[in-house]
Design a protein around this ligand. Structure first.
Ligand SMILES: [Mn+2]
Length: 318
């Protein structure tokens, strides 16, 4: 066992009342991992509460325990320690103010979070934070029940795009296999994550697809979603996450970029690459972060200002 993992496990054993949280714009890995940590701490005889920084996307409402989540502004309970999964402490948004003076245990797989203070286990080679939570549970000789297995399988499936992305390793699949033995339903979870979308999702996807631009080399594709259009449909921001994948489907495209403007004069930039370009580096140059094949940033300005700047940077990286 690594010294980092040992410190994390000791810290989990020592605390009694825990707040568990993750990043804003919560996703399946983050929420699945949070709920699995809550399961683990409860199993260890502790009190554990999951606190979220924003609204849940509708496709994650099926997760066992999702009905007991507390929004940060409703949180009143005393606690002595916090667990942050799937991000660095600052990315917990408004939850950070609640926890910043407490002992924090950080479990993550983002390269950008590799160095930092405190009790932390950060493994960038893990496909999902859920892999790390599974290994902690396993290390403690515990066995996830069906609900916990469902949460962890959802975490793995989310961050690997349904076990399709290049981060999918033999370890990922071995853990997934174990989780299925323990009761996770591959078809049921895939159905919830990928096969059910609100009607406006498809209308907006239609806009994204009909607005694609492709550079003359055919290697960078991008599209735009104006904030007014997003606002006119009542969709959760996470419902839009999958759109950028369609741009990367174009044969020959190495970098796909989706630009979403907001009504506050910002543009959210989602970057994906196929196999060569490290888009986490690109995002870092723009003040953002992420993984080598999936990253993002938010820039001030209008679509007219941001799109040429980012596409030029992307073309320069090829
Ligand atoms: Mn993750």
């Amino acid at each position: 066992m690594s010294p980092e993992l040992e410190r994390v496990i000791t810290a989990l054993q020592d605390g009694e009342r825990w707040l568990i949280t993750g990043h804003t714009h919560i996703d399946g890995d983050c929420l699945g991992s949070m709920l699995a940590v809550a399961w683990l701490l409860t199993k260890m005889g502790k009190e554990a509460f999951c606190v979220v920084p924003d609204e849940l996307p509708s496709c994650l409402a099926f997760l066992p325990g999702a009905d007991r989540l507390v929004r940060y502004d409703q949180w009143r309970e005393p606690f002595d320690r916090a667990v942050i999964v799937d991000c660095e402490p600052e990315r917990t948004g408004p939850v950070y103010d609640l926890i910043k003076d407490k002992t924090i245990v950080n479990i993550d797989h983002h390269q950008s979070n590799i160095d930092g203070p405190g009790i932390r286990w950060v493994v960038p080679s893990a496909a999902a934070a859920g892999e790390l939570v599974f290994r902690i549970i396993d290390q403690l000789d515990l066995e996830p029940d069906e609900a916990c297995a469902t949460c962890l399988y959802t975490a793995l499936m989310s961050d690997t795009g349904g076990f399709r992305f290049s981060n999918t390793s033999a370890d990922t699949l071995a853990i997934a296999s174990r989780l299925v033995e323990l009761g996770a339903s591959p078809a049921g979870i895939a159905q919830a994550l990928y096969e059910e979308r609100p009607f406006p999702y498809l209308l907006l996807l239609g806009h994204v697809l009909s607005s694609i631009s492709l550079d003359p080399s055919g290697r960078v594709a991008w599209s735009v979603l104006p904030g007014e259009l997003i606002e006119s449909y009542s969709l959760h921001p996470s419902d839009l996450d999958g759109f950028v994948h369609y741009l990367r489907m174009i044969k020959g495209v190495e970098i796909a970029i989706l630009f979403q403007s907001t009504l506050d004069g910002e543009v959210k930039v989602s970057l994906r690459s196929r196999e060569m370009v490290n888009v986490a580096d690109l995002a870092a140059q723009l003040g953002g972060g992420g993984h080598p094949r999936a990253a993002g940033c938010t820039l001030a300005g209008s679509l007219d200002q941001v799109v040429p700047k980012v596409t030029a940077l992307a073309l320069g990286s090829l």
